[in-house]
Design a protein around this ligand. Structure first.
Ligand code: UD1
Length: 380
């Protein structure tokens, strides 16, 4: 499978597409590597890269702040899509992204993760006969109620290069009839970003700990934003009654996603906040610093299951499935769902010193972006 040059000039033209917060964290090392490899005039060919931000996430705290912190160059295009239903969001991205592809005529479109922007951009590129590379391919929760699962399955079917983070992804892709030749086991770009910033992430005297009056290992961190947990009034209320109980044993800090804040307001939920600190979305480094210094994390995020595994922090995942089984097999992750008995039992285990020990998954070594760009170069 070759990427054929569509242009007379030598440089390969790539468009990197991002839309939502976790995408920015994953694309940062790729952009850095592309820029490094273009400067490196030795064996490698030059690559030019344009960044397209769909605008799926638009709040400064969810978007601009992360670009600034991770020194990602300003996007060349911002499609300004914003919030909306799945159909509306996906459709609007497709309409606008097609115009960009017509103008830029890229050799390759790179997409990351499993958000609506990932699928919308892949569909446009594939139909225009532009090669598609999917970073973080093959992950499966086998739960088609999750919009992300639909995005994953469909993106992988039309992608030409599938870059995977863990062995389960290879198996899933082969089971779905995808050719072995398209699959590349490269590791995890999100962990590239984490390892690059490891020293500030691990700092035990950070400003963010001071700001909230937290001491290392004496608090838990919570994140919650999945529609299956927050969109239903009864479920969100039940979960918060568990968190309130846990917060009486150990303080909890909760950087809340805008979607969750909206749902809390809508449901009229009154949270007793003495020991449960609710704050706006935090920056990337502040959030990871709070994770790295916590006693344990409760989350329904995908990326945080991986970050806690690398940092050796116990992670209780508030879901009944995970598309990232390596975090359970070798990492610190335990699935607890919304089961209050199970959540409380695991919290007690951790506080009693019986937390799971971690190993680092293969290739989660900070060099994944380098592997991806080397593969792309080789195929051009
Ligand atoms: C999206 C992804 C999810 C990912 C998450 C990371 C899809 C289907 N879901 O979910 O996989 O884990 O991003 O955060 O793509 N909102 C704001 N400001 C923003 C962004 C969102 O207020 O900058 C609010 C709006 O009320 C919006 C809601 O959050 O309607 C949901 O945003 P949306 O992008 O549709 O999905 P997420 O829940 O963020």
């Amino acid at each position: 499978m070759k990427i054929k040059a569509r242009h007379k000039h030598d440089a390969m033209k790539i468009i990197c597409v991002v839309g939502a917060r976790p995408n920015f964290i994953k694309i940062a090392p790729i952009i850095e590597e592309i820029n490094n490899s273009s400067r490196n005039s030795g064996r490698r060919r030059n690559i030019t890269c344009k960044i397209v931000h769909t605008g799926q996430h638009y709040d400064y705290k969810m978007s601009g702040a992360i670009f600034k912190e991770l020194e990602i160059p300003k996007p060349d295009y911002n499609l300004g899509i914003g919030s909306g239903s799945h159909g509306l969001q996906t459709g609007k991205i497709m309409i606008e992204f097609e115009k960009v592809c017509l103008k830029e005529d890229p050799d390759l479109v790179l997409v990351v993760g499993d958000v609506n922007s990932t699928l919308a951009a892949s569909l446009v590129a594939a139909k225009m006969n532009i090669k598609v590379g999917h970073i973080e391919a093959g992950l499966r929760s086998f739960d088609r109620n999750m919009p992300e699962e639909i995005n994953r399955v469909l993106t992988d079917q039309i992608a030409d290069y599938l870059f995977v983070t863990e062995p389960s992804a290879i198996k899933n892709l082969l089971n779905e009839g995808i050719s072995r030749k398209k699959i590349f086991y490269v590791g995890n770009v999100m962990i590239d970003t984490l390892l690059k910033h490891k020293s500030s992430i691990k700092d035990q005297n950070s400003q963010i700990l001071k700001k909230f009056g937290l001491r290392p290992r004496e608090y838990a961190l919570l994140t919650l934003h999945r529609p299956s947990n927050v969109d239903d009034e009864e479920k969100i209320k039940k979960l918060f009654s568990v968190f309130e109980r846990i917060s009486q044993i150990i303080p909890i800090i909760f950087p809340a996603h805008p979607r969750t804040i909206d749902q809390i307001r809508r449901s009229g939920l009154k949270i007793k906040t003495n020991n449960l600190i609710i704050t706006e979305p935090l920056g990337y480094l502040d959030n990871l610093n709070l994770i790295a210094n916590s006693k344990f994390v409760m989350t329904d995020s995908g990326g945080i299951q991986e970050e806690t595994t690398v940092l050796g922090i116990p992670c209780l995942t508030l879901r009944t499935n995970t598309e990232r089984p390596v975090t359970i097999d070798v990492g610190t992750n335990i699935l607890v769902g919304r089961n209050s008995g199970k959540i409380t039992r695991e919290v007690k285990n951790i506080l009693a010193g019986r937390a799971k020990k971690n190993k680092i998954p293969k290739y989660w070594d900070g060099k994944t972006a380098r592997r991806i760009i080397a593969i792309i170069n080789k195929h051009y």
